[in-house]
Write a protein that binds this ligand. Structure first.
Ligand code: XIL
Length: 336
C-alpha cells in the first residue's frame, strides 16, 4: 500500500543485489505492485519455497499480504485428532513479521483438505469439535491475522448449499455459528465468506449475496466477501463482474479478491498471454473501481509453483511471473 513507501525503499535496498534473470532493466525501475495502490496486494505462499532466493525476493518486493496456501487448513494443522502441527503456519507468520506483511488466514470451515476423523463424527460432537477448532486456530493467531476466510466454498453452482459434512450434520446454521465463534476468538480480525465462480452475476453469487444480506440483518459478525477469481481462458471473463462487486459493496461489506489466477491451455503463446493480461487487468481495475474492494490477492505469483497444472491437466501458466521469475504481460498490464 502507498503508505508504506519508506519501508518499500528499505526492502528495495534489501533485494537490490538480486536481479530477475533476463527480466530486463525495466523491471526494477517500476514501483512494486503494493506501492501503486491503496488496496492490500497479496499472494498465496508455500513457506517451504521461501528458501528459494528469487521466490522470496519477488514476494517481498511486490506484495504486502500473504495467505498460507495450505498451512492453516484443518488437514494440515490437525491431521490426527489432538495433535497440532503449527510448523508451516508459524514459519509464514515469522516471515510476515520480519518483512511487515499482513496475513490473510485461510481457511477455517471447508469440506476439502479436512482430516478424515472429522468426517466420521456424530452431529453433536462435530459441532463442539468445529467450535473448538475455530477457537483454537483463531486464538493462536489473534492479532496476527488481518482477515480470515471463515467459511470456504459453501455453495453449489446453482446456488443451493453444498452438501458437506457440516451442512448435513449441523444444518444451515453452521455458517452463522462459525462467524460468531471466530469473532469471539479474535474481535479484531475481519471475517469473510469465500468462494469461486462468484466473480460475475450468477445463481451462486446471488445465493452468496442473499446469505450475507440475511446474516447482516441478523447481526451475525461477517465483514466481507472473498471472491477467489480462479479464471480460465476457456470460460471467458465472468459477465457482470463490476455489477457484482457493486451489489456486495452496497451491503456495506468489504470485498477481497482472494485467489486470482488466469489459467490457459498449454503451451502458452502470445495471443493467450495477451488475453490473460486483459483478464488480470480487468480483475484489478474492477477491484479499484469498487470502493469497498480492499484487497487483491493472487493464488501464487510464479508459474514455477502453481496449483493449476496439478488440478487442471494440460493447463497452466496462470500467474503474473513466469517460472524464471520474469514478469509476464499480465504483470505489465497491471503495473503500467
Ligand atoms: C489449493 C492449493 O493451492 C493446493 O496446493 C492444494 O493441493 C489444494 O488446494 N480454492 C481454495 C484453495 O480455497 O485453498 C485451493 O488451494 C485452491 C482452490
Amino acid at each position: 500500500m502507498l503508505r508504506r513507501t519508506a519501508l518499500a525503499g528499505a526492502l528495495l535496498i534489501g533485494v537490490s543485489i538480486w536481479q530477475a534473470p533476463s527480466a530486463g532493466a525495466e523491471y526494477l525501475t517500476r514501483p512494486p505492485l503494493k506501492d501503486i495502490t491503496h488496496r492490500y496486494v497479496g499472494s498465496a505462499v508455500t513457506p517451504a519455497h521461501l528458501a528459494e532466493r528469487d521466490y522470496r525476493a519477488v514476494l517481498t518486493r511486490e506484495f504486502d499480504s500473504v495467505t498460507p496456501e495450505n498451512e492453516m487448513k484443518w488437514g494440515t494443522l490437525e491431521a490426527t485428532r489432538g495433535q497440532y502441527d503449527w510448523s508451516g503456519a508459524d514459519e509464514l507468520v515469522r516471515y510476515a513479521k520480519q518483512t511487515r506483511k499482513t496475513i490473510r488466514g485461510h481457511t477455517l470451515v471447508w469440506h476439502s483438505q479436512l482430516p478424515s476423523w472429522v468426517n466420521d463424527l456424530p452431529a453433536d460432537e462435530l459441532r463442539s469439535v468445529l467450535r473448538q477448532h475455530i477457537t483454537t486456530v483463531v486464538s493462536r493467531f489473534r492479532g496476527k491475522v488481518r482477515a480470515w476466510d471463515v467459511v470456504n466454498e459453501a455453495f453449489n453452482e446453482d446456488g443451493t448449499r453444498r452438501d458437506t459434512v457440516f451442512q448435513q450434520k449441523l444444518g444451515d446454521g453452521y455458517i452463522a455459528d462459525a462467524f460468531r465463534w471466530a469473532r469471539q476468538a479474535d474481535p479484531s480480525a475481519k471475517l469473510y465468506i469465500n468462494d469461486y465462480n462468484i466473480e460475475g452475476v450468477n445463481p451462486k453469487s446471488t445465493a452468496t449475496y442473499e446469505l450475507v444480506r440475511s446474516l447482516r440483518q441478523q447481526g451475525v459478525p461477517i465483514d466481507g466477501v472473498g471472491i477467489q477469481a480462479h479464471l480460465s481462458l476457456e470460460y471467458g471473463f465472468p459477465s457482470g463482474y463490476r455489477d457484482n462487486l457493486k451489489r456486495f459493496g452496497a451491503l456495506r461489506l468489504d470485498i477481497a479478491i482472494t485467489e486470482a489466477d488466469v489459467r490457459m491451455p498449454l503451451p502458452a503463446d502470445t495471443a493467450k498471454l495477451t488475453t490473460q493480461a486483459q483478464y488480470f487487468k480487468e480483475l484489478w481495475d474492477g477491484c479499484h473501481a469498487a470502493r469497498r474492494c480492499v484487497e487483491f490477492t493472487t493464488w501464487g505469483f510464479t508459474d514455477r509453483h502453481s496449483w493449476v497444472p496439478d488440478v487442471f491437466p494440460g493447463e497452466g501458466d496462470a500467474c503474473l511471473f513466469d517460472a524464471n521469475m520474469r514478469p509476464k504481460p499480465a504483470y505489465w498490464a497491471i503495473n503500467s
